[in-house]
Design a protein around this ligand. Structure first.
Ligand SMILES: NC(=O)C1=CN([C@@H]2O[C@H](COP(=O)(O)OP(=O)(O)OC[C@H]3O[C@@H](n4cnc5c(N)ncnc54)[C@H](OP(=O)(O)O)[C@@H]3O)[C@@H](O)[C@H]2O)C=CC1
Ligand SMILES: O=C(O)[C@@H]1CCC=N1
Length: 259
């Protein structure tokens, strides 16, 4: 399978990392900064000096540049034949219709990945031009399965998916950081606090999953009447922590819709 990747930043480097595990894949990669990607050169990873070469050598070309750089990339390939060539855009906020308008290509997929897939555990959403054949869609889903779960969703749900799934790791890091700093505030060392918080988050998810518990069941299991936990939950409610998080995610969603 010949796969192209244009733009080797946070997402492009994750794609290179995950796809290069499969030795049946031949990768053709390009970035404006050639020095930055020299380190990837390998038997199965070819560094190209032009965008058009990536598009012509690969069957499936991922375009993982920032949305405002898409024009520069599509300018270089819009006059090339799209026979047996497919573009897979990772850009936030750019619809299939936008991508068609920018590139003039019909063989277009839109995906929404996450940096979490560096661990192979992320979820990638996919949408595509319905005129593309089932075999090709199945090939692309198979390539994406190297990143974790693949979820086909309606395009109108991409904005919500983007914020929860792809911005999500930053929000989770922020929340974990607030627990970490809480630990330091009440007398734990940074390292002890981080270890305890990481185990609490991972262990909670594992326990909920294994016992098929509802979130509220776990909350009440831990809250002794008149005790410590319910006092903390009461303070969180008074400070509207949940409402603040919901508002922040809603604002990020609205911002994504405007991209
Ligand atoms: N970061 C994330 O977690 C997620 C990002 N996305 C989407 O994925 C895309 C990439 O994001 P991200 O990886 O964070 O971005 P980065 O800026 O980290 O990576 C983009 C890379 O492309 C390079 N580049 C810029 N212009 C061109 C060009 N004309 N041709 C080739 N390469 C070019 C950039 O170089 P230079 O830095 O010199 O400009 C950079 O190395 C975006 O559209 C974003 O919306 C989607 C989901 C999650
Ligand atoms: O912040 C952004 O714009 C992109 C989209 C999802 C994650 N990063």
């Amino acid at each position: 399978m010949k796969i192209g990747i244009i733009g080797i930043g946070n997402i492009g480097s994750m794609l290179v990392k995950r796809f290069s595990i499969n030795k049946e894949y031949e990768l053709y990669i390009y970035d404006v900064n050639k020095d930055r990607i020299k380190k990837y050169e390998d038997e199965n990873i070819h560094i190209e000096d032009e965008i058009s070469k990536v598009y012509e050598k690969a069957i499936f070309t991922f375009v993982s540049v920032k949305p405002n750089h898409l024009n520069d990339v599509f300018d270089k390939i819009k006059d090339l034949s799209e026979e047996n060539r497919y573009i897979i855009s990772t850009a936030a906020g750019k619809t299939l219709a936008d991508l068609y308008e920018l590139s003039g290509k019909k063989n277009i997929f839109r995906i929404m990945p996450t940096v979490i897939s560096n661990s192979g555990l992320g979820t990638t959403a996919i949408a595509y031009n319905p005129a593309i054949s089932e075999n090709i869609v199945s090939d692309v889903k198979s390539i994406l399965s190297n990143l974790g779960e693949v979820l086909e969703i309606e395009e109108k749900k991409f904005d919500a998916f983007t914020v929860l799934n792809s911005s999500g790791p930053a929000f989770v890091a922020y929340i974990i950081e607030s627990f970490l700093e809480s630990g330091i505030n009440i007398g734990l060392s940074h390292d002890d606090s981080l270890k305890i918080v990481a185990n609490t988050f991972m262990g909670t998810l594992e326990y909920l999953k294994n016992e098929e518990l509802k979130l509220s069941e776990l909350k009440y299991m831990v809250s002794s009447p008149g005790g410590v936990t319910i006092k903390g939950l009461y303070e969180m409610d008074k400070a509207a922590v949940k409402g603040s998080i919901m508002k922040a995610i809603e604002e990020a969603y609205l911002k994504n819709k405007k991209l």
